[in-house]
Design a protein around this ligand. Structure first.
Ligand code: CAA
Length: 388
Protein backbone atom coordinates (compact mmCIF):
# COMPACT_ATOMS: atom_id res chain seq x y z
CA UNK A 1 0.00 0.00 0.00
CA UNK A 2 1.35 3.42 -0.92
CA UNK A 3 0.53 5.88 1.88
CA UNK A 4 -1.51 8.91 0.89
CA UNK A 5 -2.55 11.89 3.01
CA UNK A 6 -4.54 15.05 2.28
CA UNK A 7 -1.36 17.09 2.76
CA UNK A 8 0.42 15.25 -0.07
CA UNK A 9 0.76 17.40 -3.16
CA UNK A 10 1.03 16.04 -6.71
CA UNK A 11 4.78 16.62 -6.41
CA UNK A 12 4.95 14.45 -3.28
CA UNK A 13 3.06 11.63 -4.99
CA UNK A 14 5.27 11.92 -8.05
CA UNK A 15 8.57 11.62 -6.17
CA UNK A 16 7.17 8.86 -3.96
CA UNK A 17 6.20 6.83 -7.05
CA UNK A 18 9.48 7.57 -8.85
CA UNK A 19 11.50 6.49 -5.81
CA UNK A 20 9.38 3.38 -5.37
CA UNK A 21 9.79 2.34 -9.01
CA UNK A 22 13.53 2.97 -8.95
CA UNK A 23 13.98 1.19 -5.62
CA UNK A 24 12.00 -1.90 -6.60
CA UNK A 25 13.37 -2.16 -10.16
CA UNK A 26 17.01 -1.15 -9.71
CA UNK A 27 17.95 -1.51 -6.05
CA UNK A 28 15.96 -4.47 -4.67
CA UNK A 29 17.47 -6.95 -7.18
CA UNK A 30 21.07 -6.08 -6.19
CA UNK A 31 20.61 -5.46 -2.46
CA UNK A 32 21.56 -8.98 -1.30
CA UNK A 33 24.70 -9.05 -3.44
CA UNK A 34 25.96 -5.69 -2.15
CA UNK A 35 25.12 -6.71 1.41
CA UNK A 36 27.17 -9.87 0.94
CA UNK A 37 30.22 -8.20 -0.63
CA UNK A 38 30.04 -4.92 1.30
CA UNK A 39 30.89 -3.10 -1.93
CA UNK A 40 29.79 0.53 -2.29
CA UNK A 41 26.99 0.69 -4.92
CA UNK A 42 28.64 3.28 -7.16
CA UNK A 43 26.33 2.88 -10.17
CA UNK A 44 22.96 3.02 -8.43
CA UNK A 45 24.09 5.95 -6.30
CA UNK A 46 25.15 7.84 -9.46
CA UNK A 47 21.75 7.09 -11.02
CA UNK A 48 20.02 8.32 -7.88
CA UNK A 49 22.01 11.53 -8.28
CA UNK A 50 20.84 11.89 -11.87
CA UNK A 51 17.26 11.45 -10.69
CA UNK A 52 17.68 14.24 -8.13
CA UNK A 53 17.59 11.97 -5.05
CA UNK A 54 20.93 13.16 -3.67
CA UNK A 55 19.85 16.78 -3.33
CA UNK A 56 16.10 16.75 -2.90
CA UNK A 57 15.87 19.95 -0.85
CA UNK A 58 18.77 21.67 -2.57
CA UNK A 59 17.80 24.67 -4.75
CA UNK A 60 18.09 24.14 -8.49
CA UNK A 61 20.87 26.75 -8.68
CA UNK A 62 23.10 24.31 -6.74
CA UNK A 63 22.11 21.27 -8.80
CA UNK A 64 19.27 20.04 -6.58
CA UNK A 65 15.62 19.07 -7.07
CA UNK A 66 14.34 22.00 -4.96
CA UNK A 67 11.56 20.04 -3.25
CA UNK A 68 10.50 20.08 0.41
CA UNK A 69 11.38 17.94 3.43
CA UNK A 70 8.30 15.74 3.07
CA UNK A 71 9.34 14.91 -0.50
CA UNK A 72 12.76 13.93 0.86
CA UNK A 73 11.27 11.72 3.55
CA UNK A 74 8.88 9.97 1.14
CA UNK A 75 11.68 9.20 -1.31
CA UNK A 76 14.05 8.01 1.42
CA UNK A 77 11.39 5.74 2.88
CA UNK A 78 10.89 4.04 -0.50
CA UNK A 79 14.63 3.66 -1.17
CA UNK A 80 15.22 2.22 2.33
CA UNK A 81 12.37 -0.23 1.89
CA UNK A 82 14.37 -1.83 -0.91
CA UNK A 83 17.77 -1.45 0.74
CA UNK A 84 18.78 0.37 3.92
CA UNK A 85 22.39 0.78 2.72
CA UNK A 86 21.25 2.94 -0.19
CA UNK A 87 19.03 4.75 2.32
CA UNK A 88 21.99 5.54 4.57
CA UNK A 89 24.07 6.93 1.69
CA UNK A 90 21.14 9.04 0.50
CA UNK A 91 20.41 10.31 4.00
CA UNK A 92 24.01 11.33 4.76
CA UNK A 93 24.40 13.21 1.47
CA UNK A 94 21.05 15.01 1.75
CA UNK A 95 20.87 15.82 5.45
CA UNK A 96 24.27 15.56 7.07
CA UNK A 97 26.21 17.05 4.17
CA UNK A 98 24.05 19.31 1.96
CA UNK A 99 21.79 20.65 4.69
CA UNK A 100 24.62 21.95 6.90
CA UNK A 101 26.32 23.74 4.02
CA UNK A 102 23.03 25.19 2.77
CA UNK A 103 22.29 26.54 6.24
CA UNK A 104 25.74 27.68 7.36
CA UNK A 105 27.89 27.88 4.22
CA UNK A 106 29.05 30.82 2.11
CA UNK A 107 27.89 31.26 -1.48
CA UNK A 108 31.25 29.93 -2.72
CA UNK A 109 31.01 26.86 -0.45
CA UNK A 110 27.50 26.10 -1.71
CA UNK A 111 28.62 26.30 -5.33
CA UNK A 112 31.76 24.29 -4.79
CA UNK A 113 30.63 21.56 -2.41
CA UNK A 114 26.88 21.11 -2.76
CA UNK A 115 26.53 21.23 -6.55
CA UNK A 116 28.55 18.06 -7.32
CA UNK A 117 27.08 16.15 -4.36
CA UNK A 118 23.47 17.07 -5.12
CA UNK A 119 23.91 15.81 -8.68
CA UNK A 120 25.49 12.52 -7.52
CA UNK A 121 28.88 13.17 -9.15
CA UNK A 122 30.60 13.34 -5.76
CA UNK A 123 29.97 11.77 -2.37
CA UNK A 124 29.75 13.79 0.84
CA UNK A 125 30.26 12.65 4.44
CA UNK A 126 29.89 14.00 7.99
CA UNK A 127 32.38 13.28 10.73
CA UNK A 128 31.76 14.05 14.38
CA UNK A 129 32.51 10.83 16.29
CA UNK A 130 35.96 9.81 17.52
CA UNK A 131 37.24 6.60 19.09
CA UNK A 132 36.87 8.16 22.57
CA UNK A 133 34.01 10.58 21.86
CA UNK A 134 30.61 9.21 20.81
CA UNK A 135 27.38 10.22 22.56
CA UNK A 136 29.46 12.81 24.47
CA UNK A 137 30.26 14.55 21.19
CA UNK A 138 31.52 17.71 22.90
CA UNK A 139 34.58 15.87 24.23
CA UNK A 140 36.35 15.41 20.88
CA UNK A 141 40.17 15.53 20.82
CA UNK A 142 40.95 16.26 17.16
CA UNK A 143 42.69 19.61 16.84
CA UNK A 144 42.69 22.38 14.25
CA UNK A 145 45.28 25.11 14.68
CA UNK A 146 45.23 28.33 12.64
CA UNK A 147 48.36 28.97 10.58
CA UNK A 148 47.93 32.10 8.44
CA UNK A 149 45.40 31.40 5.69
CA UNK A 150 45.13 27.74 6.72
CA UNK A 151 44.14 25.53 9.63
CA UNK A 152 46.36 22.51 10.35
CA UNK A 153 44.13 19.54 11.18
CA UNK A 154 45.23 16.51 13.19
CA UNK A 155 43.20 13.67 14.67
CA UNK A 156 41.34 10.42 14.18
CA UNK A 157 37.62 10.22 13.45
CA UNK A 158 35.52 7.07 13.49
CA UNK A 159 32.27 5.63 12.15
CA UNK A 160 32.23 7.87 9.10
CA UNK A 161 29.51 6.75 6.68
CA UNK A 162 31.06 6.93 3.22
CA UNK A 163 34.55 7.30 4.76
CA UNK A 164 36.19 4.91 2.26
CA UNK A 165 34.76 6.73 -0.78
CA UNK A 166 33.80 10.30 0.16
CA UNK A 167 35.09 13.18 -1.94
CA UNK A 168 34.21 15.78 0.69
CA UNK A 169 33.71 15.58 4.45
CA UNK A 170 32.20 18.03 6.94
CA UNK A 171 34.48 17.47 9.92
CA UNK A 172 34.31 18.87 13.46
CA UNK A 173 37.49 19.64 15.40
CA UNK A 174 38.58 21.55 18.50
CA UNK A 175 40.09 24.95 17.80
CA UNK A 176 39.97 26.04 21.47
CA UNK A 177 39.84 22.94 23.70
CA UNK A 178 39.64 24.98 26.92
CA UNK A 179 36.22 26.23 25.80
CA UNK A 180 34.94 22.63 25.53
CA UNK A 181 31.98 22.37 23.11
CA UNK A 182 32.18 26.12 22.47
CA UNK A 183 35.68 25.58 21.11
CA UNK A 184 34.55 23.27 18.29
CA UNK A 185 34.80 24.44 14.65
CA UNK A 186 33.50 22.83 11.44
CA UNK A 187 35.56 22.42 8.27
CA UNK A 188 34.88 21.29 4.70
CA UNK A 189 37.47 18.75 3.66
CA UNK A 190 38.60 17.79 0.17
CA UNK A 191 39.76 14.21 0.53
CA UNK A 192 42.20 14.27 -2.40
CA UNK A 193 44.61 16.56 -0.53
CA UNK A 194 47.71 15.48 1.41
CA UNK A 195 47.20 14.67 5.08
CA UNK A 196 43.81 13.01 4.60
CA UNK A 197 44.05 9.26 5.19
CA UNK A 198 41.26 6.72 4.92
CA UNK A 199 41.51 4.38 7.90
CA UNK A 200 40.20 0.97 8.84
CA UNK A 201 36.93 -0.03 7.16
CA UNK A 202 34.39 -1.27 9.72
CA UNK A 203 33.17 -4.87 9.28
CA UNK A 204 29.55 -4.10 10.17
CA UNK A 205 26.55 -6.25 11.15
CA UNK A 206 24.20 -4.42 8.76
CA UNK A 207 23.97 -1.62 6.17
CA UNK A 208 27.07 -3.34 4.86
CA UNK A 209 27.14 -1.60 1.46
CA UNK A 210 27.18 1.89 2.95
CA UNK A 211 30.97 1.87 3.53
CA UNK A 212 31.98 3.03 6.99
CA UNK A 213 35.52 3.74 8.14
CA UNK A 214 37.84 5.76 10.28
CA UNK A 215 39.45 8.81 8.72
CA UNK A 216 42.74 10.24 9.89
CA UNK A 217 44.16 13.75 9.58
CA UNK A 218 47.91 14.24 9.65
CA UNK A 219 48.86 17.90 9.25
CA UNK A 220 46.04 18.35 6.74
CA UNK A 221 46.06 21.97 5.52
CA UNK A 222 42.51 23.31 5.31
CA UNK A 223 42.21 26.78 3.72
CA UNK A 224 40.36 29.32 5.87
CA UNK A 225 37.73 29.70 3.13
CA UNK A 226 36.74 26.05 3.77
CA UNK A 227 35.83 26.71 7.41
CA UNK A 228 32.06 26.18 7.79
CA UNK A 229 30.56 28.91 9.96
CA UNK A 230 32.54 30.80 12.55
CA UNK A 231 35.21 29.52 14.92
CA UNK A 232 33.52 28.00 17.97
CA UNK A 233 30.18 27.54 16.15
CA UNK A 234 30.93 23.92 15.23
CA UNK A 235 29.03 22.12 18.01
CA UNK A 236 25.84 24.08 17.27
CA UNK A 237 26.25 23.30 13.57
CA UNK A 238 26.77 19.60 14.38
CA UNK A 239 23.60 19.49 16.52
CA UNK A 240 21.49 21.51 14.08
CA UNK A 241 22.51 19.20 11.27
CA UNK A 242 21.74 16.12 13.37
CA UNK A 243 18.22 17.45 13.96
CA UNK A 244 17.74 17.18 10.20
CA UNK A 245 19.66 13.91 9.93
CA UNK A 246 17.52 12.21 12.54
CA UNK A 247 14.38 12.80 10.46
CA UNK A 248 16.14 10.99 7.63
CA UNK A 249 16.98 8.05 9.89
CA UNK A 250 13.34 8.00 10.98
CA UNK A 251 12.33 7.70 7.32
CA UNK A 252 14.91 5.00 6.74
CA UNK A 253 13.66 3.05 9.76
CA UNK A 254 10.10 3.41 8.51
CA UNK A 255 11.14 1.90 5.17
CA UNK A 256 12.84 -1.07 6.85
CA UNK A 257 9.80 -1.64 9.10
CA UNK A 258 7.46 -1.61 6.09
CA UNK A 259 9.62 -4.08 4.19
CA UNK A 260 9.63 -6.46 7.17
CA UNK A 261 5.88 -6.05 7.58
CA UNK A 262 4.97 -6.62 3.94
CA UNK A 263 7.12 -9.75 3.77
CA UNK A 264 5.38 -11.02 6.92
CA UNK A 265 1.84 -10.39 5.66
CA UNK A 266 2.61 -12.27 2.47
CA UNK A 267 4.20 -15.15 4.37
CA UNK A 268 1.36 -15.62 6.88
CA UNK A 269 -1.13 -15.75 3.99
CA UNK A 270 0.83 -18.53 2.25
CA UNK A 271 2.57 -20.63 4.87
CA UNK A 272 0.55 -23.38 6.50
CA UNK A 273 1.02 -25.21 9.81
CA UNK A 274 -1.30 -27.55 11.67
CA UNK A 275 -3.62 -27.48 8.64
CA UNK A 276 -4.15 -23.70 8.61
CA UNK A 277 -2.55 -20.55 7.22
CA UNK A 278 -0.26 -19.37 9.99
CA UNK A 279 -1.96 -15.94 9.88
CA UNK A 280 -5.08 -17.67 11.21
CA UNK A 281 -3.33 -18.29 14.52
CA UNK A 282 -3.96 -15.47 16.92
CA UNK A 283 -0.31 -15.45 18.07
CA UNK A 284 0.74 -14.57 14.52
CA UNK A 285 -2.18 -12.29 13.76
CA UNK A 286 -1.49 -10.18 16.84
CA UNK A 287 2.12 -9.72 15.72
CA UNK A 288 0.84 -8.42 12.38
CA UNK A 289 -1.56 -6.07 14.17
CA UNK A 290 1.17 -4.67 16.42
CA UNK A 291 3.57 -4.21 13.49
CA UNK A 292 0.98 -2.35 11.43
CA UNK A 293 -0.11 -0.11 14.30
CA UNK A 294 3.44 0.87 15.22
CA UNK A 295 4.34 1.53 11.57
CA UNK A 296 1.40 3.91 11.11
CA UNK A 297 2.28 5.71 14.38
CA UNK A 298 5.93 5.98 13.30
CA UNK A 299 4.83 7.29 9.92
CA UNK A 300 2.85 10.10 11.52
CA UNK A 301 5.80 11.09 13.72
CA UNK A 302 8.23 11.07 10.79
CA UNK A 303 5.93 13.07 8.48
CA UNK A 304 5.14 15.43 11.35
CA UNK A 305 8.86 16.03 11.92
CA UNK A 306 9.31 16.64 8.19
CA UNK A 307 6.54 19.23 8.23
CA UNK A 308 8.09 20.87 11.33
CA UNK A 309 11.44 21.12 9.55
CA UNK A 310 9.76 22.59 6.48
CA UNK A 311 7.99 25.16 8.66
CA UNK A 312 11.27 26.08 10.31
CA UNK A 313 12.57 27.31 6.94
CA UNK A 314 10.27 30.33 7.36
CA UNK A 315 9.90 30.61 11.15
CA UNK A 316 13.46 29.67 12.14
CA UNK A 317 12.00 27.55 14.98
CA UNK A 318 13.96 24.49 16.03
CA UNK A 319 12.44 21.06 15.34
CA UNK A 320 14.67 19.12 17.74
CA UNK A 321 11.80 17.58 19.70
CA UNK A 322 9.86 16.37 16.65
CA UNK A 323 13.03 15.02 15.08
CA UNK A 324 14.17 13.09 18.17
CA UNK A 325 10.70 11.61 18.77
CA UNK A 326 10.44 10.51 15.13
CA UNK A 327 13.90 8.92 15.15
CA UNK A 328 13.35 7.21 18.50
CA UNK A 329 9.96 5.71 17.71
CA UNK A 330 10.64 4.80 14.07
CA UNK A 331 13.95 3.08 14.85
CA UNK A 332 12.43 1.04 17.67
CA UNK A 333 9.54 0.21 15.32
CA UNK A 334 11.99 -1.00 12.69
CA UNK A 335 13.67 -3.25 15.24
CA UNK A 336 10.31 -4.50 16.56
CA UNK A 337 9.03 -5.29 13.05
CA UNK A 338 12.26 -6.91 11.86
CA UNK A 339 12.37 -9.06 15.00
CA UNK A 340 8.74 -10.11 14.54
CA UNK A 341 9.32 -10.80 10.84
CA UNK A 342 12.19 -13.19 11.55
CA UNK A 343 10.06 -14.98 14.15
CA UNK A 344 7.07 -15.25 11.80
CA UNK A 345 9.28 -16.66 9.04
CA UNK A 346 10.86 -19.19 11.42
CA UNK A 347 13.84 -20.95 9.84
CA UNK A 348 13.33 -19.02 6.60
CA UNK A 349 13.66 -15.77 8.55
CA UNK A 350 17.10 -16.90 9.62
CA UNK A 351 18.18 -17.81 6.09
CA UNK A 352 19.96 -15.58 3.59
CA UNK A 353 17.58 -16.93 0.93
CA UNK A 354 15.10 -14.26 2.00
CA UNK A 355 15.80 -10.57 2.76
CA UNK A 356 14.17 -10.76 6.21
CA UNK A 357 17.42 -11.49 8.06
CA UNK A 358 18.95 -8.46 6.32
CA UNK A 359 16.11 -6.23 7.53
CA UNK A 360 16.86 -7.50 11.06
CA UNK A 361 20.58 -6.68 10.78
CA UNK A 362 19.94 -3.33 9.06
CA UNK A 363 17.25 -2.23 11.54
CA UNK A 364 19.64 -2.32 14.50
CA UNK A 365 21.80 0.58 13.35
CA UNK A 366 18.84 2.96 13.32
CA UNK A 367 18.72 2.69 17.13
CA UNK A 368 22.42 3.58 17.30
CA UNK A 369 23.70 6.08 14.74
CA UNK A 370 22.93 9.80 14.62
CA UNK A 371 22.25 9.54 18.34
CA UNK A 372 21.29 6.35 20.19
CA UNK A 373 17.76 5.76 21.49
CA UNK A 374 19.11 6.70 24.91
CA UNK A 375 20.37 10.06 23.57
CA UNK A 376 16.98 10.72 21.91
CA UNK A 377 15.25 10.03 25.24
CA UNK A 378 17.69 12.39 26.95
CA UNK A 379 17.05 15.14 24.37
CA UNK A 380 13.26 14.72 24.62
CA UNK A 381 13.14 14.60 28.43
CA UNK A 382 15.46 17.62 28.80
CA UNK A 383 13.32 19.64 26.39
CA UNK A 384 10.09 18.65 28.12
CA UNK A 385 11.16 19.06 31.75
CA UNK A 386 13.81 21.73 31.43
CA UNK A 387 15.88 19.57 33.79
CA UNK A 388 19.31 18.08 33.17
N1 CAA B 1 20.37 22.65 17.93
C1 CAA B 1 21.11 23.75 18.18
N2 CAA B 1 21.90 23.87 19.27
C2 CAA B 1 21.94 22.82 20.13
C3 CAA B 1 21.19 21.66 19.93
C4 CAA B 1 20.38 21.58 18.76
N3 CAA B 1 19.63 20.50 18.52
N4 CAA B 1 21.43 20.80 20.95
C5 CAA B 1 22.29 21.41 21.77
N5 CAA B 1 22.60 22.64 21.27
C6 CAA B 1 23.48 23.63 21.86
C7 CAA B 1 22.98 24.04 23.24
O1 CAA B 1 22.05 25.10 23.15
C8 CAA B 1 24.24 24.46 23.94
O2 CAA B 1 24.57 25.77 23.53
P1 CAA B 1 25.38 26.80 24.49
O3 CAA B 1 26.79 26.38 24.45
O4 CAA B 1 25.17 28.13 23.83
O5 CAA B 1 24.77 26.69 25.85
C9 CAA B 1 25.28 23.52 23.34
O6 CAA B 1 24.75 23.05 22.10
C10 CAA B 1 25.58 22.33 24.22
O7 CAA B 1 24.38 21.66 24.49
P2 CAA B 1 24.23 20.63 25.69
O8 CAA B 1 24.72 21.28 26.95
O9 CAA B 1 22.86 20.08 25.67
O10 CAA B 1 25.31 19.54 25.27
P3 CAA B 1 25.67 18.15 25.89
O11 CAA B 1 27.14 18.03 25.94
O12 CAA B 1 24.87 17.88 27.13
O13 CAA B 1 25.23 17.13 24.73
C11 CAA B 1 23.80 15.75 23.45
C12 CAA B 1 23.99 17.09 24.18
C13 CAA B 1 22.34 15.74 23.06
C14 CAA B 1 24.09 14.57 24.32
C15 CAA B 1 24.68 15.74 22.18
O14 CAA B 1 26.05 15.66 22.53
C16 CAA B 1 24.34 14.61 21.23
O15 CAA B 1 23.41 14.73 20.44
N6 CAA B 1 25.09 13.49 21.28
C17 CAA B 1 24.94 12.43 20.29
C18 CAA B 1 25.87 12.66 19.13
C19 CAA B 1 25.46 11.91 17.91
O16 CAA B 1 24.30 11.88 17.53
N7 CAA B 1 26.44 11.31 17.23
C20 CAA B 1 26.23 10.63 15.99
C21 CAA B 1 27.19 11.16 14.98
S1 CAA B 1 26.78 11.00 13.26
C22 CAA B 1 26.87 9.34 12.89
O17 CAA B 1 26.19 8.61 13.49
C23 CAA B 1 27.78 8.84 11.80
C24 CAA B 1 27.26 8.84 10.42
O18 CAA B 1 28.04 8.93 9.49
C25 CAA B 1 25.83 8.68 10.12
Amino acid sequence: MIPDFPFFTDEHKMIQQAARDFAQNEIAPIAAEFDETGKFPVETIAKMGEMGFMGIEVPEEYGGAEMDTLAYVLALEEISKADASHGTIMSVNNSLFNYGILKFGTEEQKQKFITPVASGEKIGAYSLTEPMSGSDAGTMRSRAVRDGDYYILNGRKSWVTGGPVADYVVVFMMTEPEKKHRGVTAFLIETDKPGFIRGKKEPKLGIRASATSEIVFEDYRCPVENRLGEEGQGFKIAMTVLDAGRIGIGAQALGIAEAAYEASVQYVQEREAFGKKIGQFQGTGFKIADMKTRIEAARLLVYHAALAKERSKTTGERFTLQSSMAKLFASETAMFCAHAAVQIHGGMGYSKELPVERYFRDAKITEIYEGTSEIQRLVISRLETGLR
